[in-house]
Design a protein around this ligand. Sequence first.
Ligand SMILES: Cc1cc2nc3c(=O)[nH]c(=O)nc-3n(C[C@H](O)[C@H](O)[C@H](O)COP(=O)(O)OP(=O)(O)OC[C@H]3O[C@@H](n4cnc5c(N)ncnc54)[C@H](O)[C@@H]3O)c2cc1C
Length: 488
Amino acid sequence: MHSLPFTAEPSPALQFDVIIAGCGPTGAMLAAELRLHDVRVLVLEKETEPASFVRIVGLHIRSIELMAMRGLLERILERGRRRPAGGFFAAINKPAPEGLDSAYAYLLGIPQPVIVHLLEQHATELGAQVRRGAAVAGFEQDDDGVTVELADGERLRSRYLVGCDGGRSTVRKLLGVGFPGEPSRTETLMGEVNLAAPQEEVTAKVTEIREKEPRVSLTPAGVGVYRVVLPAAGVSDRTEPPTLDDFQQQLRAIAGTDFGMHSPRWLSRFGDATRLAERYRVGRVLLAGDAAHIHPPIGGQGLNLGVQDAFNLGWKLAAQVRGWAPETLLDTYQAERRPVAEDVLDNTRAQMELLSDGPGPRAVRRLLTELMDFDEVNRHLIEKITAIDIRYDFGAGPDLLGRRLRDVDVKQGHLYGLLHRGRGLLLDRTERLTVGGWSDRVDHLADPTAVLEVPCVLLRPDGHVAWIGDDQQDLDDHLARWFGESAN
Ligand SMILES: Cc1cc2nc3c(=O)[nH]c(=O)nc-3n(C[C@H](O)[C@H](O)[C@H](O)COP(=O)(O)OP(=O)(O)OC[C@H]3O[C@@H](n4cnc5c(N)ncnc54)[C@H](O)[C@@H]3O)c2cc1C
């Protein structure tokens, strides 16, 4: 891998507006978001076949909301299983508090390869090109665009390049962006296997073990099938994939039995390295998803965070390409999303401490378990993990400003049903405002019956509240701030 050397050869003409490196969940989501605005997108994916590795607990509330906002929820619900929201934080088993502020207050259990498949399908249906077996190996940017070099030497040219190429991101490394944080200290085995022992026996033993070793879990995932999580300490060589024998031995050492473990569906091993990119953008090259942040999978947040990065970036990059972006819009991507990732990194650090061995961490875990009986504590932690607590800094204003608006009933059905095209929306209970010269970018719904505690809200394409009020001039100022110059 190398940065392109300076060359006297002319660069190929701009073939694409945006090249995305990596067709994981982040890259596929970003491609679809860009296509909503007719941006010419090419996704380059180094693997020839989609990954079959099943990680993931599922989609949390905010990601489910994004799917509803783009009309994808039905497809996703067909392939996933609704589970109660709760029991995520450090695997402390508390049900979610009543009345979470969302129309989609559940966890959607769905394997990562299925999500990637559905998002990629959505992106290609919208017109994105995906090329497999095409690894980005180098690039060089200039005033007009980026020349991307593939591993086989082919060169492609686009206006922007986005590295969605995972934790070992080539794009990030070639950009020279620092990735400070902590290396992996604790390794964990995770897989899906069959167990011959009766479920009651497994459950009783695991409940007893978890008193001392909270990092052990054996969760039913089908008839006789269990999702197994075990500490990996002492298990063979890290560079080799784990084997069934590793899992059996480790479980025997901890539980005194392997419950007749056999027929693995998949086996994996992961560490708890925690790192955050110093910058998300250098000129025409941006980073999103695991390329920008890695952390232990506890709480099941990585995929959700990456998909939400893509949702934040998509419309801004599209605005830049289409030529209507206000000058600072693209930079709000880093300003908004990097602090969110910082917070996720911190909560995973805290969860790993709570799951670690020793009398101190066990005592803190017991104390937190008690504290989570207080509704506000439980609610705070769930809202954090499910990302419905996010409030971007849009300046002083009511609490709702900068937050996402939950799906609410409107006269045409429900609000999220009006956001499928990825445009802004003025939801107007006064019926006397207008989006005037921004109507090519922003829709207007005048609806005095909308279930809203304020007169009007202006929503960005990602569903965050960009303005609250009832004054036309103030609205025009905010339309210009987020959507550029009026066409009139
Ligand atoms: C055991 C485990 C369990 C997890 N559980 C959960 C969970 O329950 N919930 C959750 O939200 N997250 C979970 N995660 C995290 C989640 O899997 C990642 O955060 C997510 O995959 C990140 O998506 P991404 O698209 O940013 O990166 P990736 O999924 O890593 O995708 C990057 C893509 O880029 C491709 N690529 C790499 N280099 C190049 C190149 N040079 N050129 C072109 N393509 C390239 C790769 O082949 C890959 O397809 C888990 C992770 C692990 C390890």
